[in-house]
Design a protein. Sequence first.
Length: 80
Amino acid sequence: ILTSQGKNALGGVRNYVVNGKMTEGYGLVAYPAEYGVTGVMTFIVNQDGIIYQKNLGKSTAQAVNAIKAFDPDKTWKQVQ
């Protein structure tokens, strides 16, 4: 669960948590349980419902742990 969004998200930088409650939105990340076996794409989505995908490579689990905010820059592609 992502508790904020970055500059590349619609509306810019924003914290979803106010006074200890996540009332301003949400972000989610989904990634393959085993890269290359159960899939290769990582997905992010927030309260706007637009899903983005990106292949984070063999180090997907480590890369996902580094994602702290919903921030779909140009390297993320919108799912059609």
